[in-house]
Structures are given as structure tokens and as C-alpha cells.
Design a protein around this ligand. Structure first.
Ligand code: NDP
Length: 451
């Protein structure tokens, strides 16, 4: 059955694609398997050069890729341009990393042991719809740098940028069969990748539920998995913080990408003594978020991804104590307004990932309670701490059970720093040199020096 791809801002179809099934998935895995021996044998210099060419091509096609991403995901065009810029920087980083990821020599009795970083083989990359191109690059960059070949499955809702990237890989000179992009259902193509004996690893980003299925499915072949799953991160604001700055930054931290961000700081924990003042400032800042046409360079928030997802997001407001609702366009498009809810950490809106523009604002009494509430969640992906007390910042940072933290800032992601979760937010690290660990095996070779 053909797949109709929609623009979520207009509900209009923007593409119609053939979907792969099990047979096409097996064929893609076979192509990747056949391409592996030659690709792993490409010298580090040449592999780096090909990745560098890909990075340059992404830069040269920034506007085209940003337009695709903006129309397919409903992302504001200015944000989409920034994301494509990051994709290029990710490929540049891994182009430079190819010849810097090597083993050790270890003196041992009777000789020397050397370690080598070996590629895994064919890796399956399964990507969600919220940051299609960005999350693809976080996996594809290190996978190719380590000498693996790839079968890439974008989300059904947002396959367009991955298909264009596949073409750019060929244009860059990456040989046929090294990168294979498959459009198809997660329950068919994704599951087949997870279970296929010739796939050595799955790099997955998505929901915790599907992450559990991936783990179970991968067990049959002892496949390696990297899981980047949901989050319910805390933005902890102490009374001694620069409140104005914290309040001005908080909407970006949860309404960016219409809240469809695993790093969203969707629990805003505020010290009781400044709670009322902070809430007022937060409402003012949220009122200023420009929601509307993603093609307008001034727009800061677009629509949600689908009608079904909008229904799910709306369900979190049943019985909620809503403190503020922003404006959103009427008419066609899956619009949802920025919403602030006063909540307790036990409410559903504070426990489950909404994945929409809804923030729960929660008071706390002191540092100990702030830490307890921030950690009282099954997730552990990101978070922020706002305080002018440096010792407290470090103390709380060490106490929080989360993979990525920022102090007096709400930004999570940098090309060179590791990204990934604690607890049910998953395991394994993306980005930086750390990601190379997940796409290679360590081989230890002993060389006898005895005569
Ligand atoms: P899913 O986990 O359903 O999808 C993520 C990817 O997995 C998609 O490519 C999907 O394909 C694929 N997939 C689905 N089922 C299987 C399967 N059985 N085996 C292998 N792959 C599969 O997330 P959604 O995109 O539907 O989003 C649902 C929720 O997940 C969100 O509301 C949010 O809570 C969370 N999420 C978290 C993200 C994060 O960045 N951590 C990103 C996206 C979502 P297909 O699209 O074809 O179904």
C-alpha cells in the first residue's frame, strides 16, 4: 500500500511513496552485507574524506533539506535550518574522528597485547519523526566512521529528508549498498531489522514501549542495541537564580519543536518562596512564543505531527489545573497552544511524556525536595539547574539521575558531547567520540615475543 506523507501545518499530502515489506528489507540487508567487506577495507583517510564530502553536500543543500524537514514535520524554518547545520557539523565531526578512533598496546607477560576497533557489520538505524535528519546523522555518522554498512528506517510520518540524504550519500561517493534507506512500517521493516540474523546492531530512538520491543526482539540474535527513549526532564529553578533569565529560557526548553522533544524540560520545579513571581514571569514569556506558519522565519512553534498525536496531547489536560493557554491558529493543521499547568509531581501530566507543548509547573520547599522530585520519574534523559550558588549547582548536578544536564542554561545537545539516558530513557551514548563505542567492537590480540 502506498504511503501518503502529509504536511502537518496544512494537512495536505506532499508525497506518495511505495512502502517496503519484509522482502525489500531482506534485500536491503543483503545489499548492505555485500557492501561491508569493501567498505570496512576503505582506508581511514578515504573514509574520512567521503564523510567530509557528505558534510559539505549537506551544507550546500541546507535550504533544500530545511524546506523538506519544515514541510514534513511542521518545524519552523529557522529551526529547521539550524538543525541541518548541525547535521553537517555531525558529519564533519565523524569525518575527523575516523582516524582518531584506535586501540591500545598493553604490555603483558611474554609479549604485547594490542586492541583494535573493529566495525560490527550491518547496522539497522531506526529513527523517529521529531528530528528526522538530525537523529539520523547522530547514528549514521559514527556507524559509517567505524566502517559499518547501514539500513536506515525513518519514521513513516517523516521519510522525506532521509531519502534525500541517501541520494547525497551516493553523490558524495559513498559506494552503493553502504547506506540503504527503507520507507516502511515500524511493525514490518523495523521489526525485521531487529530480528534479522545478519544485522549486528540496532541504533534506535523512539518511545519506551517500542524500545522494549526492540530489546526483546534483539535478544534472539544477541544483537547490540542503543536505545534513546522518552524523557520527563526537570528544569529546577532555585530562589537564588537569575529568575528573569530562567523564566525567559523555560518556554524554549519545553515548547521548542512543539514539545515533541525527548529532552523537553516539561517539569518546571520552582522553589516555593519565588513560585508565584516565577510563574508570572513564565506566563509572560510563554505568551511571547510565536506560533504559526512554519514557513515564516519569525515563527517559533509549529503544529504537532498528526491528528492522532494531538488527541493524545489534549488528553493530558483533562482535569488539569491550567494556568495559561496560548494562541494557536484555527482551521487546518494539527495545532496545539502552549499550555502551562500547575501540578503535583504525582499527576499524570508530570509522570508521563506528553510530547507536546504542555509544561507542568511544580513547587518545592528546599534542595533535598528538589532532588527527590526531579528523580521521582522512571525517565532520566536531560534536565537543568538554575542557581547562582556554584557549590549547589555541582551538588545537585551530581545527585540528579539523568544523562544530560545544563546549569543556568536549557540546552542539551552538542556535537562533541555524549548524549543519552539513565533509567528508562535508554542506554548507550550518541554524539561525540562516545558514540563510536556503540558502533565498534574491541578486539584484543596477543603477540608473543618469546623466541
Ligand atoms: P515509536 O517508538 O513508535 O517510533 C520510533 C521508530 O520506531 C519509528 O521509525 C517507527 O516506525 C519504529 N517502530 C515502530 N514499531 C517498531 C517495531 N515494532 N520494531 C522496530 N521499529 C519500530 O515512536 P512514535 O514515533 O510513534 O512516537 C510515540 C511516542 O514515542 C512519542 O509520543 C514520544 O513519547 C516517544 N518518542 C520519543 C522520541 C525520542 O526522541 N526519545 C522520539 C519520538 C517519539 P514507524 O514510524 O513506521 O511506526
Amino acid at each position: 500500500m502506498a504511503l501518503i506523507v502529509l504536511n502537518p501545518a496544512t494537512e495536505e499530502p506532499i508525497a506518495q511513496l511505495e512502502q517496503a515489506g519484509v522482502e525489500e528489507t531482506d534485500a536491503a540487508i543483503a545489499r548492505a552485507t555485500a557492501a561491508f567487506p569493501a567498505w570496512r577495507a576503505v582506508s581511514p583517510d578515504d573514509r574520512g574524506r567521503l564523510l567530509r564530502r557528505l558534510a559539505t553536500l549537506v551544507e550546500e543543500h541546507t535550504e533544500e533539506l530545511a524546506q523538506i524537514e519544515s514541510r514534513n514535520v511542521g518545524k519552523p524554518i529557522s529551526g529547521a535550518r539550524w538543525e541541518v547545520g548541525m547535521v553537517a557539523r555531525v558529519f564533519h565531526f565523524y569525518a575527523g574522528a575516523v582516524d582518531k578512533h584506535y586501540g591500545d598496546t598493553i604490555p603483558v607477560a611474554g609479549g604485547v597485547a594490542a586492541t583494535f576497533r573493529e566495525p560490527l557489520g550491518v547496522v539497522g538505524l531506526i529513527v523517529p519523526w521529531n528530528f528526522p535528519l538530525n537523529i539520523t546523522s547522530w547514528k549514521l555518522g559514527p556507524a559509517l566512521a567505524c566502517g559499518n554498512t547501514v539500513v536506515l528506517k525513518p519514521a513513516e510520518l517523516t521519510p522525506l529528508s532521509a531519502l534525500r540524504l541517501g541520494e547525497l550519500c551516493l553523490e558524495a561517493g559513498i559506494p552503493e549498498g553502504v547506506v540503504n534507506v527503507l520507507v516502511g512500517k515500524g511493525s514490518i521493516v523495523g521489526q525485521r531489522l531487529v530480528e534479522h540474523p545478519d544485522v549486528a546492531k540496532i541504533g534506535f530512538t523512539g518511545s519506551t514501549e517500542v524500545g522494549q520491543q526492540v530489546m526483546r526482539g534483539a535478544a534472539g540474535t544477541i544483537k547490540r542495541v542503543t536505545l534513546e527513549l522518552g524523557g520527563k526532564s526537570a528544569n529546577v529553578v532555585f530562589a537564588d537564580a537569575d529568575l528573569e533569565k530562567a523564566a525567559a529560557s523555560a518556554p524554549y526548553a519545553v515548547f521548542d519543536n512543539a514539545g515533541q522533544d525527548c529532552c523537553a524540560r516539561s517539569r518546571i520545579l520552582v522553589e516555593r518562596s519565588v513560585y508565584d513571581r516565577f510563574l508570572e514571569q513564565l506566563i509572560d514569556a510563554t505568551r511571547g512564543v510565536k506560533v504559526g506558519d512554519p514557513a515564516d522565519p519569525n515563527t517559533e512553534m509549529g503544529p504537532l505531527i498528526s491528528a492522532a498525536h494531538r488527541t493524545t496531547v489534549a488528553s493530558f489536560l483533562e482535569g488539569a489545573n491550567v494556568a495559561f493557554t496560548g494562541d494557536a491558529p484555527a482551521g487546518r493543521g494539527f495545532w496545539f497552544p502552549c499550555t502551562l499547568v500547575e501540578a503535583s509531581n504525582d499527576d499524570r501530566v508530570a509522570r508521563e511524556e506528553v510530547f507536546g507543548p504542555v509544561a507542568a509547573v511544580i513547587p518545592f520547599e528546599d534542595e533535598a525536595e528538589a532532588i527527590r522530585l526531579a528523580n521521582d520519574t522512571p525517565f532520566g534523559l536531560s534536565g537543568s539547574i538554575w542557581t547562582r550558588d556554584g557549590a549547589r549547582a555541582l551538588r545537585v548536578a551530581r545527585a540528579l539521575e539523568t544523562g544530560v544536564l545544563s546549569v543556568n542554561s536549557n540546552s542539551s545537545v552538542r556535537v562533541s558531547t555524549p548524549f543519552g539516558g539513565f533509567k528508562q530513557s535508554g542506554f548507550g551514548r550518541e554524539l561525540g567520540m562516545h558514540a563510536l563505542e556503540g558502533y565498534s567492537e574491541t578486539k584484543s590480540v596477543f603477540i608473543s615475543t618469546e623466541g
